[in-house]
Design a protein around this ligand. Structure first.
Ligand code: FAD
Ligand code: SF4
Length: 515
């Protein structure tokens, strides 16, 4: 029997079957994949999220073994408290391991932890090598280099650079196809009641065993699950099935309705690919290529749909990763507005009279999913207007969503949605009164509050909170040119109405769970 001389670590979000590591079967290499307690207890996670990771890791290990690779798989029930370094050192003690290799983690904490482990191993005479995950279209420092010497880190500039670098949607002369880089203005329609909604693809995984193991190991979780028809993808094949479904049925409408929200319709035309992408079951370039191929073959699909989707993956996703590596670890404690209030209890139950929040939170607890505008303009908007501590907001987003991994969660939450970074990511805070929510959804029609009423006990809480926020943050925001129009409207506002709104807003901020 061959001796194992090389140990390679695979983290739960490094499930990339196409990685060059797997091109050759080496009988002297062993892969370690471990379901670790430390990764499940940083915050309380949605049960579906832990299940999705563990089931995908198990499927990944099975597929490696069936190809002939050697794998040590450690289940959550099997001594869960063991640290990562103990697991690695134990294996090294059991085999004549000479060399330890790992793929660069996407998480800052794990990156630090692995550097420490590497130091200890080197002292023991073990050779340590790091490898790229071969997943992203950028390296950790691409964004930092792109913006070197620049004050503003505008996503649009980064996105155009990425379009050019990867030759995506360009004419032979290097100009954007259709003459415009960005079709954002065409991507803001609400849903017409006559529009036929897609059935949606719901994969069917049986995850009973994983759920049982999680329950036995005592990991605290939130949310619910359907164990026999778990619909998140847990293998590369399933991720591709989801991508194919998206291209055929959802892409033709994606851009137009990407900001729309509808009562009891959690997914609409969204791809649900974020978990598969973040766990690296599927490659972002492969997703983009597939979308482009569908577009080229199908004249039913307009450029605005395709550009809108590609911007999310080639632009926002890679941009957020770049910001993370540029700004961490300081980023995780930024609190520009010095907000320190507790997250309302209804974020954990969905029980509030505000229908938009009840809808967005309700589907989050049920499916571990809400789409971008629900996260930004419903739950994020309320948290910012209600002055919630960004630490609390971060912990919630990191826990509840299927796709939440710190590099993409914290940049979106603390940066884009809470403006806690003071404008590194967003050029202005994403805030709105009830009018925007009413325009983009039918939530207000089903709400106990009246979106049209500006003051009084029946008025939409977002209306008071919005004007109160603008008034209170004048010093920090009124000189921002992108806020100029809002401040002009504030100046013109009836003073009695404003004071009534400020009074009501203070009540909501003090006791949000009463609303
Ligand atoms: P689609 O709408 O189909 O979009 C396609 C893909 O584009 C997504 O799968 C995702 O990979 C990418 N994408 C879209 N928007 C963004 C974005 N702003 N940043 C990075 N990638 C993006 N996304 C995460 O993957 N993990 C998170 O933890 C996360 N937290 C968020 C928190 C807040 C407050 C906000 C406002 C957004 C957050 N997002 C996060 C971005 C976005 O909401 C999700 O990627 C998207 O809703 C996932 O659903 P989908 O796969 O159906 O996306
Ligand atoms: Fe939300 Fe206000 Fe509309 Fe109710 S009326 S759904 S609280 S925006």
């Amino acid at each position: 029997m061959e001796q194992l001389v090389r140990l390679r670590l695979l983290l739960g979000d490094q499930l990339n079957t196409k990685h060059s590591w797997f091109a050759r079967i080496d009988p002297q290499t062993v892969y370690l994949i471990a379901e670790m307690h430390q990764e499940t207890t940083q915050v309380t996670h949605h049960l579906q999220k832990i299940v999705a990771f563990f089931q995908s890791m198990r499927n990944f290990a099975d597929s490696l073994e069936s190809q002939g690779h050697k794998v040590v798989y450690q289940y959550i029930c099997d001594n869960p408290q063991r640290s990562l370094s103990e697991r690695i050192i134990e294996l090294i003690a059991q085999h004549p391991i000479e060399c330890f290799e790992y793929q660069l983690p996407d998480n800052f904490r794990l990156d630090q932890q692995l550097q420490e482990i590497a130091g200890v191993l080197r002292e023991k005479g073990i050779k340590v090598t790091t490898h790229d995950t071969e997943h992203f279209l950028t390296t950790r420092d691409t964004l930092t280099l792109h913006f070197k010497g620049k004050k503003q880190l505008l996503m649009e500039s980064f996105y155009r650079m990425m379009r050019k670098k990867h030759n995506i949607l360009l004419t032979p002369q290097g100009d954007p196809e259709g003459g415009k880089w960005n079709y954002d203005h065409e991507n803001r329609k609400s849903i017409d009641s006559k529009l036929q909604l897609p059935n949606g693809l719901h994969l069917q995984n049986d995850v009973e065993k994983v759920v049982e193991d999680i329950s036995l190991s005592g990991i605290p979780t939130l949310g619910s699950i359907t164990t026999h028809a778990f619909f998140w993808p847990t293998s590369r094949d399933q991720a591709i099935t989801l991508l194919d479904y998206f291209c055929e049925y959802l892409l033709p409408y994606f851009g137009t309705y990407q900001d729309a929200m509808l009562q009891d319709e959690p997914f609409l035309f969204h791809s649900k690919l974020s978990f598969a992408l973040n766990a690296k079951l599927i490659d972002p370039k492969e997703v983009i290529d597939s979308v482009l191929e569908t577009y080229r073959k199908n004249d039913r699909i307009s450029l605005a749909q395709v550009e809108g989707f590609i911007r999310q993956i080639l632009g926002w996703r890679e941009y957020m990763r770049g910001i993370y590596w540029k700004e961490m670890p300081e980023y995780s404690s930024k609190n520009y507005f010095d907000h320190h209030r507790l997250l309302p209890t209804f974020y954990w139950t969905g029980k509030t009279k505000m229908n938009c929040l009840s809808q967005a939170i309700g589907q989050t607890l049920e499916h571990s999913y809400a789409h971008h505008i629900q996260r930004l303009m419903i739950t994020g908007n309320f948290a910012l207007l209600a002055e919630i501590d960004p630490d609390q907001v971060d912990q919630w987003y990191l826990g509840v969503y299927i796709d939440a991994i710190q590099w993409v969660e914290i940049t979106n939450t603390r940066g884009m949605s809470q403006f806690a970074d003071g404008g590194i990511i967003a050029t202005k805070p994403y805030i709105s009164s009830g009018a925007y929510i009413d325009k983009m959804s039918n939530y207000c029609k089903n709400c106990q509050y009246s979106v049209k009423e500006k003051t009084g006990p029946n008025s939409c809480p977002f209306n008071s909170l919005y004007w109160n926020f603008l008034e209170k943050k004048k010093d920090q925001l009124s000189t921002n040119p992108r806020m100029a129009m809002m401040y002009r409207l504030l100046e013109k506002k009836d003073k009695n109405e404003l004071s009534a709104q400020i009074e009501r807003a203070e009540l909501i901020i003090e006791q949000p769970d009463r609303f």
